[in-house]
Every structure is written in C-alpha cells, then in structure tokens.
Write a protein that binds this ligand. Structure first.
Ligand code: GUN
Length: 285
C-alpha cells in the first residue's frame, strides 16, 4: 500500500477562504473585525518568520492584527503589563505570545496573565482544563489543526486506537485529550515509556510531536495506519525535517502528512478560527 499524502496547504487554503467569506459577512452586518495581537520578544529568526506568516494570514482573511515587537531584555513585569493592557483593549480578541521566550522569562506566568477568553493559542490552564473536562472552548492550535485534518480525510475516530508520541503541555497532552474526546483509545508515549515500538504498532492513528528528525521508523507503524507528523526541526542546511521516516512509512500507512506542508498550515488555521470564535464571544453574538 502507498499512503495518500494529506496536503495541509490545500486544506488550509480552502478553510482560509471560508473564514474570509465569514469576515466579509460580518463587515456587511456592521460588526467590527476580529483583532489579533501578537507579542514577539527578541530577535529569534524562526519566530520572526512564524510571526510574519501569522500577520500574512490575518491580512488574507481580513482580520485586524498588530505585532508588539519587544526587546529580548524585557522584564517579566513589563511583559505582563503589556498583556494586561491587551486584555483591556476592546479592539483585540486574541493575544498570542510567540515562543520560545528568553530564559529569564517565566513562560507559565506569562500564559497565566492572558485573559482565557483571549487565549487564542489555547495554552491557558483554564482552556486546557475545559478540554480535559469535555467542554472545550479555545483549543490548543496544533492539536486542533490535526483534528481538522483528520476530519477532512473522513477519519471515524470512535473506538480507534490512537498513539501520541510526546507529552508536552502545549502539543502532546492536548493532542491526547482531543483524540480521547473524539472517542479514540489513547496511548501517550514519552521518555519513560517501555517498548515504545510495540505500543505504537497497535495504533490506527499515530501522531508524533517530539521534534527528533527520523524518530519513527516504518517498523513502528501498523499497515494501514494514519500517520501525522507534528515534529518540525530545522536542519543546519535550513531544511525542515519531521519525526517520521516519511519515505519508508508512506509505503505502509493509509494516510500521511508531509513536513513541511502538513500540520504547520493547519496550526495557523486553528489560530484564525480561534480568533474568530473569541471575537464572536467578545462581541456577544
Ligand atoms: N512558537 C512556535 N509555534 C507557536 C505557536 O503556535 N504559538 C506560540 N505562542 N508560539 C509558537
């Protein structure tokens, strides 16, 4: 079997078109535009590229967007004060603090400061808690983007065995919660897991979110499984690498995402959808 390749760019383009139509309809109804504020700390080149992409997406769908580019030496209290002022700004529906942050900044305290209603990254403990309790509101963008991809290919979810590799707060854990909510039986593999290969090989859906190029060999994959690669590592040659050994795995999987062009564009769609949702709630309709 040779897997069908899931084209995240094409799906994202279609979904951006739907968002644009919705925004145009809002404008005709006299509503204000959804507003996204991005805070970029310092001069990490990869973060600057990601933020530029988010800005471009906002322009394409007609959102109001601003970027606060602050010095790498910003203090914890000044950063939190900026978030506080955006929490109060009625033109802003969503606040995103681009990570990674400089090491002198406590990232958890920064996230805690964001009004959960404006937490369009879905990282705030309130929003992760809502997902855990089966009452999701603003859902973490990458796991939500993966669910959109799986829905797009007609995945049936209920009763399927799903394996998530990686247990990070912002990706692996909420990914497991999403799949559990959809009715899968979920296994999360992490650095203490014994015999990872045997556990992953039972899975109908495999999602890898580690960031180790080539971590997942074809021997870990059950024939016919759906394989989703969240891991993105930039090599010294500036090329992007996923966690999955793509060329071999595509010969046994039923569906597979490429890197780049798989999950990445869908993370950005989830951010736009979350901003739209926050705006609808903030404007009370
Ligand atoms: N850095 C890389 N991806 C992301 C993302 O989706 N959100 C935030 N806040 N930072 C990131």
């Amino acid at each position: 079997m040779s897997a069908k390749i899931i084209d995240g760019n094409a799906i994202a383009k279609e979904l951006r078109g739907h968002i644009r139509e919705e925004v145009d309809a809002w404008v005709k109804q006299g509503r204000r535009l959804p507003g996204l504020a991005v805070i970029l700390v310092g001069n990490d080149p990869a973060s600057e590229i990601y933020v530029k992409g988010k800005r471009r997406d906002c322009d394409e769908v007609g959102f109001h967007s601003i970027v606060h580019h602050v010095s790498a030496n910003v203090t914890q209290s000044d950063l939190q004060a900026l978030i506080g002022s955006l929490n109060e700004d009625s033109s802003i529906d969503g606040i995103l603090v681009q990570t990674p942050l400089p090491t002198h900044i406590d990232q958890d305290r920064v996230i805690d400061e964001i009004d959960p209603k404006k937490d369009v990254d879905g990282f705030h403990p309130y929003n992760i808690g809502r997902l855990a309790l089966r009452r999701p509101t603003l859902r973490s963008c990458t796991p939500k983007g993966v669910m959109l991809l799986l829905e797009h290919i007609g995945c049936s979810f209920k009763g399927l065995d799903a394996a998530v590799i990686g247990a990070s707060n912002h990706v692996g854990r909420p990914m497991g919660l999403e799949l559990l909510l959809a009715g899968c039986t979920v296994t999360t593999a992490h650095k203490f897991t014994k015999d990872t290969a045997a556990k992953i090989r039972l899975a109908d859906i495999v999602v890898s979110a580690v960031g180790k190029p080539g971590l997942v060999p074809v021997e870990w994959i059950k024939p016919g499984a759906i394989v989703i690669d969240i891991g993105i590592t930039r090599g010294a040659n500036n090329k992007l690498y996923g966690d999955i050994q793509f060329d071999a795995v595509k010969e046994v999987a039923s569906w597979i995402t490429p890197v780049p062009g798989g999950v990445g564009p869908m993370t950005r769609i989830a951010l736009l959808q979350n901003t739209m949702q926050a705006s609808r709630d903030n404007q009370g309709f």
